[in-house]
Write a protein that binds this ligand. Structure first.
Ligand SMILES: C[S@@+](CC[C@H](N)C(=O)[O-])C[C@H]1O[C@@H](n2cnc3c(N)ncnc32)[C@H](O)[C@@H]1O
Length: 265
């Protein structure tokens, strides 16, 4: 390889110095605008997460060897009540988990996400407010059946999931409302368990409505491709997630579907 390919010219170095300075600076306007967190902030959040009594994080290896201690015991050993349990999957900062928990003290809410730095926000809020009906689980949703027992969950919220927009079976399988994911949810929800999907994505909306709910003959309770165009007083309108607000600011319409996870027998 010739050396001139590896050593940048003096003019290139002068041009890239400001970029290097920006990347190294703790205040980086580009990162701030995109909501990208510094490594230091992340580490601080991971450390604080360990102090919250309502966060559960177990490695897959540990779950496989020991099992999850609260599986089938969330009511008795954690919430100390028999109120219904509602999950928010891919909860991010947990706006639904915390927002719904504030409004319904007779329902238990568990936010599930793999990203600890995001769920920190919901953990911090729920602890500062002393919400006893909130927990967070740092786990992969594709392993959800290892964390709950059959019939332990009453309802699921899926809020602004990645739509995996590409064509074909491989992308469809990764959507959180795909037949594969619904089979996982069926292992943990009660027979009349409900799934709520809120999304900005027409692909996610159409796929869920037609390729899943209609094809599987699941009872559809509500569907709209423009939630805020209707003037009804649905509670779903009262809470906006981080991603939802971002999409609304960009002028996108919000879609909402509510259906039963099991077909009527
Ligand atoms: C687009 S964000 C939406 C976050 C939040 N619900 C909102 O509306 O602001 C999708 C979230 O799902 C989480 N997620 C995606 N796939 C996941 C998986 N298989 N297991 C756990 N979390 C997952 C990501 O970490 C991310 O926080």
């Amino acid at each position: 390889m010739s050396l001139c390919l590896m050593i940048p010219s003096a003019s290139t170095i002068i041009k890239i110095i400001p970029y290097i300075c920006t990347l190294k600076s703790s205040y980086n306007p580009l990162r701030q605008k995109k909501g990208i967190m510094s490594k230091k902030n992340k580490l601080e959040r991971f450390a604080e997460n360990k102090t919250f009594p309502n966060l559960f994080e177990y490695s897959y290896e540990r779950i496989m060897s020991e099992g999850f201690p609260l599986q089938g015991k969330w009511h008795v050993d954690f919430f100390h009540n028999d109120s219904p349990i509602v999950l928010e999957l891919g909860c991010g900062k947990g706006e639904y988990t915390v927002g719904l928990a504030r409004a319904h003290c007779d329902i238990n809410y568990i936010g599930v996400d793999i990203k600890g730095a995001r769920i920190w926000r919901g953990l911090k809020q729920s602890n500062e407010e002393g919400l006893k009906n909130v927990a967070f689980l740092r786990a992969r949703i594709d392993q959800i059946e290892h964390f709950f027992a059959k019939d332990e969950v009453a309802e699921i919220w899926v809020t602004f999931p990645d739509p995996h927009p590409g064509e074909g079976e491989r992308n469809a399988r990764h959507r959180l409302t795909s037949p594969e994911f619904l089979d996982r949810y069926r292992k943990i929800v009660s027979p009349d368990g409900i799934l709520n999907l809120k999304t900005d994505s027409p692909i996610m909306y159409e796929f869920t409505l037609h390729d899943v709910v209609e094809k599987q003959g699941l009872p559809l309770l509500y569907a709209t491709d423009d939630l805020y165009a209707n003037d009804d007083n649905l509670e779903v309108k009262t809470i906006r997630t981080f991603y939802e607000q971002m999409w609304l600011d960009q002028g996108l319409t919000i879609k909402y579907i509510r259906f039963r996870i099991n077909a009527e027998c």
